[in-house]
Design a protein around this ligand. Structure first.
Ligand SMILES: Cc1ncc(COP(=O)(O)O)c(C=O)c1O
Length: 488
């Protein structure tokens, strides 16, 4: 490649082709991206540089003079090498972080290139219509009410906030209170019943909405992590007034889905709004083999999920779906003299908490088209199969206890200290083994506390995970265990 001085000319020669400086940096980024993706199978899934080194490499000082775009990108890639956790890899099983399907990744690049503000049809007609279609397809593949409203948010956290803002509006409206006009000071108290397995993003949404975490009444679940009908009935009967019930599809430790068909009618009969945390588990609706786990979830009032988890779009893509369109719109809509209402077209600003926002619909649209209904079902069921194979494969190794075999795509194992007798010994050993597995670099897992004991979570939500990845991971865990046991 012929290098040119910036900014004297706007042309560079790449592979014999004259391209503008802007194109050259994009071609360069594409080369880096391709090299990164091609190295996913061979590179350590764990990071190989730490905080001090990253700070040293990146803090090059901000000079008065600019830097040519290609140099910026080349140096950024070099400085961050080894500092990207390999969550794009098929051997990443920590937390719940999906990969990115090829077309979704490419569509997301294009969304950055087009760089429209997807807040209104007037600012980005194509983005608005793509979102409109993608939203309809999402309701269709998840088999939720087709006339529900929806919003594409940054993630499930803001999807919860959006849905619960609609819930707050509706339950207070029924109590004769206009929260949009009068706020919460002096409003009837709202109680929120949620299981003890709820994700922390529910609490945070309650804080954002001014309901506060004291509004939350935790409900115990059974050994299978699911809420029982009698527990919910008792909790509903124990209080009065505006009530929101939050159910799980699914919990992040063992993937437990509440028995929706039983619980939702009870809650709705008591006048409560039912919200479902379906960050990843709601995608079981699109599966052939696991759909029964989420039967009845369609009876809820609102659903929050993520495209960036199990649909495998790049990060920054959550979805809020609300049965009561009027409540959703009332909680989010905004008009100003300088805005141009879309009329017949859909304006995202009526449904999302953002003003200026990324065109998130492109990645969702692309992912759904790339997979089709059959491909989506196969991807969901494939992840569940891999989660089971990992849990049973690791669980069969010496010194490993299978704590929870996956019913969906999450499982738990625990590593037993050969010299330990107490739970605390096995807890310590479990954390040490997780850390050793991660350092080895073949695969990456995270830990958790389940029923008071430490365990390793096995979470599979990446389209890339293959039978080979599962085999390589079980082998790596076996290697690490035998090394630890031979030295202890
Ligand atoms: C069950 C559950 N709910 C909500 C969230 C929050 O989602 P997000 O990180 O997309 O905001 C997560 C994240 O992992 C989750 O697992």
């Amino acid at each position: 490649m012929l290098r040119v001085r910036f900014p004297d000319t706007i042309q560079v020669k790449s592979e014999g082709i004259i391209v503008s400086l802007e194109s050259a940096v994009l071609v360069r980024a594409c080369e880096h991206a391709t090299a990164y993706l091609q190295g996913l199978d061979t590179r350590s899934v764990a990071t190989t540089v730490g905080l001090v080194e990253l700070r040293k490499r990146l803090n090059v000082g901000l000079g008065a003079e600019g830097t040519p775009p290609e140099t910026v990108i080349d140096e950024l890639v070099a400085a961050t090498a080894g500092g990207q956790l390999g969550s794009a890899s098929g051997r990443f099983f920590a937390w719940v972080i999906g990969g990115a399907l090829p077309s979704a990744l490419a569509a997301d690049w294009l969304a950055s290139t087009w760089d429209v503000n997807a807040t209104m049809y007037a600012c980005g007609p194509a983005a608005a219509v793509t979102e409109e279609i993608a939203g309809e397809w999402i309701k269709d593949v998840l088999d939720l009410p087709r006339d529900a409203s929806f919003a594409f948010t940054t993630g499930c956290q803001l999807a919860h906030m959006t849905c619960l803002a609609a819930a707050r509006h509706a339950v207070l409206d029924r109590a004769g209170w206009d929260v949009e006009l009068d706020g919460l000071v002096g409003a009837p108290p709202v109680r929120v019943l949620a299981t003890e397995e709820r994700h922390g993003s529910i609490e945070r949404a309650l804080r954002f909405l001014g309901l506060g975490t004291r509004s939350l009444i935790p409900l115990a679940t059974g050994d299978d992590g699911r809420l029982r009908a009698n527990v919910l009935s008792d909790a509903l009967a124990a209080g009065t007034g505006p009530t929101i019930v939050v159910l799980d599809a699914a919990d992040l430790n063992i993937g437990a889905c509440d028995p929706f068909a039983e619980l939702i009618p009870l809650a709705r009969h008591a006048g409560a709004w039912v919200h479902v945390d379906g960050a990843f588990g709601l995608w079981a609706r699109a599966s052939r083999e696991h759909r029964h786990l989420v039967d009845g979830v369609e009876l809820a009032d609102s659903w929050a999920t993520d495209a960036h988890k199990w649909l495998n779009t790049p990060q920054d893509n959550g979805i809020a779906i609300v049965r009561d369109r009027a409540a959703h719109r009332a909680a989010m809509t905004l008009a100003a003299h300088y805005l141009v209402a879309g009329g017949e077209a859909r304006d995202a600003i009526d449904w999302t908490p953002d003003w200026t926002r990324r065109a998130r619909g492109y990645a969702v649209y692309a992912a759904l088209r790339e997979l089709g209904r059959d491909g989506l079902a196969a991807m969901i069921d494939g992840c569940c199969r891999h989660a089971s194979a990992l849990a049973w494969g690791i669980g069969d190794l010496d010194g490993v206890e299978l704590v929870a075999a996956p019913t969906l795509n999450q499982g738990l194992v625990r590593f037993l200290d050969p010299h330990g007798r107490l739970d605390v010994d096995h807890d310590r050993h479990t954390d040490a083994v997780i850390s050793a597995i991660n350092s080895e670099g073949t695969a990456f897992f995270s830990g958790t506390l389940w029923r008071g004991r430490r365990a390793m979570r096995i979470s599979v939500v990446n389209w890339r995970t293959s039978d080979d990845d599962v085999r390589a991971t079980v082998d790596a865990v076996e290697r690490v265990l035998s090394q630890i046991n031979s030295t202890s």
